[in-house]
Design a protein around this ligand. Structure first.
Ligand code: AGP
Length: 608
């Protein structure tokens, strides 16, 4: 996620802004910049790279004199990491500066309008549109200009804004992306998150959606988007700095699990326009998409598990044969790739060595490669022929959760696009699926609300030696991810098995009290799964079932049942994985493991 810091008061602003941005580095970023009002004009310094580059550029802020300013650490979404795409962005006269965290979903149409009005763009970002719109609507009243822009913008945003003609004010705006403001006896502060200003004040105000804040040297004023003044209650932060980086959560993994409703929304909503699927970044004509004869999904780890689910969903909807390969296997198999194949490399980091090597092999064979990648500007994102970003923001915890969930919905959206182009999904079915897609974030929120229940159950298994996950079809793919989540952070041995395969060997491992997690979200397989549960129960297993609310019959044969809200079976993975993430997390916490940095693991495996 991008980081925003702003200050206006009696002290020099640049050092405070730099210090605040350094406390937001944990959020992940690829460039940084500041805009400071120096008494005559707005000075901007920005650069790709670490915050150190900006510190050196400004001699730790010493060369940017002034007592009001805004700063930004950029996590690229639109436009690769580079100096020009870094924030702040300016209007043509350089009298308005803006920094932004979030995604302007309608920026392409807004950009066209501003170009038609004579504005020239220098960056590839969505944010620059805001600078020019503020310029267009500014007639001397900042609040009026801001609210006019907000009524025309769609998407998520937290903004810091500086107007050279109003040097005794800075502005903060929020919709969906986090933002707080605070004050002390030396001035007022804007921040994306508490850590940035905890050193200066523990009294903060959480800016709510569609609120605008005017910050002066001696106070804060809050307004609605209709310019009505608001009063807000302050919140006193009692976290320490370390807890504050995790937003009050004990671990980044838990924080990122709770970000899943937002990241799923951010990945889906820019691609649904008037009840149709629009994936502009595919860079493939409808004809080219229709002619895809076979899809190869190539990935590692959790990305591979997401790809497994992608196979079932794409084949079910678009009837295109899909092969899913581990990148480390694919790259040494001299794969047979048909001319009209499409290779999809799924990767959170975009730097996984095996996945990158697989990409390069496919390109060398002249096969089109689509990346589904979280890190903008990463190697896989740059080298793929086209890329669908997952917009999950930076994922700090080694064990992926929010990026995995975003990969799933990116694959659902792609599957639906392919199916509609082939006329295999009629308007009614398409609307049903889109409705279910839009409901996923709410269902995920509900399931996250059951964390205490999962914590209680998990505590019973902190001493387990083996834990098995079983499922069929999509439930097998879910089992693979549930098993990986558990073993990679708790170090308990775990295996996922195709439930129908148990009797071919693994069932001999089931002993009295062995925990078997049975995932059963596919109505057509409910009965089969009940038979598999009976099989393992007969060998002494303790069975936790994860299933849909309608499938109450499973209670008769299971020892513990976790229900997920009704959704289309094709999307059930997005819901069933939530209790399994929580289970793995709480088992690891119960065992005192280093949840965010598990032993032997790296967040990005850039070596073979
Ligand atoms: C998942 O929790 C692990 N961190 C790991 O399996 C990961 O999914 C795998 O290394 C692939 O990483 P990537 O998505 O960045 O390519």
């Amino acid at each position: 996620m991008c980081g925003i810091v702003g200050y206006i008061g009696s002290r020099q602003a640049a050092p405070i802004v730099l210090d605040g941005l350094s406390k937001l580095e944990y959020r992940g970023y690829d460039s940084a910049g500041m805009a400071i009002y120096n008494g005559q004009e707005i000075i901007v310094k920005k650069a790709a790279g670490r915050l150190k580059v900006l510190e050196n550029l400004t001699h730790a802020g010493e060369t940017m004199k002034g007592t009001s300013g805004i700063g930004h650490t950029r996590w690229a979404t639109h436009g690769v990491p580079c100096d020009v795409n870094s924030h702040p962005h300016l209007n043509p006269a350089g009298t308005i500066a803006v920094v932004h965290n979030g995604i302007i979903e309608n920026y392409i149409s807004l950009k066209k309008k501003m170009i038609n009005k004579g504005y020239e763009f220098v960056s590839e970002t969505d944010t620059e549109v805001l600078a020019h719109m503020l310029d267009y609507y500014y007639k001397g009243n900042p609040l009026e200009a801001i609210t006019k822009v907000l009524h025309r913008v769609e998407g998520s945003y937290a903004l810091g804004i500086l107007f050279a003609e109003h040097p005794d004010e800075i502005y903060a705006v929020r919709k969906d992306s986090p933002m707080i403001v605070g004050r002390n006896e030396e001035g007022c502060f804007i921040a994306s998150d508490v850590p940035a200003i905890l050193k200066y004040t523990r009294t903060v105000y959480y800016v709510e959606n569609q609120e605008v804040v005017r910050l002066k040297r001696d106070g804060l004023s809050f307004y609605t988007v209709d310019e009505e003044e608001l009063t807000k209650e302050a919140v006193v932060i009692d976290w320490d700095a370390d807890a504050a980086e995790k937003g009050g959560y004990e671990h980044f993994m838990l924080k990122e699990m709770y970000e899943q409703p937002g990241t799923v929304t951010d990945t889906i909503s820019p691609r649904i326009k008037e009840d149709d699927i629009v994936i502009e970044e595919l860079n493939m004509t409808d004809e080219e998409l229709r002619n895809v004869s076979r899809i190869h999904i190539v990935a590692c780890g959790s990305a591979y598990h997401a790809g497994m689910t992608g196979k079932y969903v794409i084949e079910a909807l678009a009837r295109i044969p899909v092969e899913v390969d581990l990148a480390s296997e694919f790259r040494y198999r001299d794969s047979i790739l048909e001319e009209n194949s499409l290779v999809i490399i799924v990767s959170q980091s975009g730097e996984t060595a095996d996945s990158l090597a697989a990409l390069r092999e496919c390109k060398a064979k002249g096969i089109r490669v689509l990346g589904i990648v979280n890190v903008v500007g990463s190697s896989i994102a740059r080298e793929a022929d086209s890329v669908m970003h997952t917009w999950a923001g930076p994922e700090i915890s080694v064990a992926t959760t929010k990026a995995y969930s975003a990969q799933l919905v990116a694959l659902y959206v792609l599957a639906l696009k392919l199916a509609k182009l082939r006329g295999l999904v009629d308007e009614k079915r398409s609307r049903e699926l889109l409705t279910e897609l839009k409901h996923l974030p709410y269902h995920i929120e509900v399931l996250l609300g059951q964390k205490e229940k999962m914590q209680h159950f998990a505590n019973r298994y902190v001493g387990a030696r083996d834990i098995f996950f079983i499922g069929r079809g999509i439930d097998y793919a879910i089992s693979m991810e549930g098993s990986l989540k558990l073993k990679e952070i708790s170090y308990i041995h775990s295996e996922a098995y195709a439930a129908g395969e148990l009797k071919h060997g693994t069932i001999s491992l089931i002993e009295e009290g062995t925990l078997v997690v049975a995932v059963s979200t596919q109505p057509g397989l409910y009965q089969k799964m009940i038979s598999n549960i009976v099989e393992v129960k007969a060998r002494g297993a303790f069975v936790m079932a994860v299933t849909c609310e309608e499938n109450t019959a499973i209670e008769k044969v299971s020892d513990y049942v976790v229900y997920i809200p009704e959704t289309d079976p094709l999307f059930a993975n997005s819901l069933a994985i939530i209790p399994l993430q929580l289970f793995g997390y709480y088992v690891a916490v119960g065992r005192g493991c280093d949840v965010d940095k598990p032993r032997n693991l790296a967040k990005s495996v850039t070596v073979e």
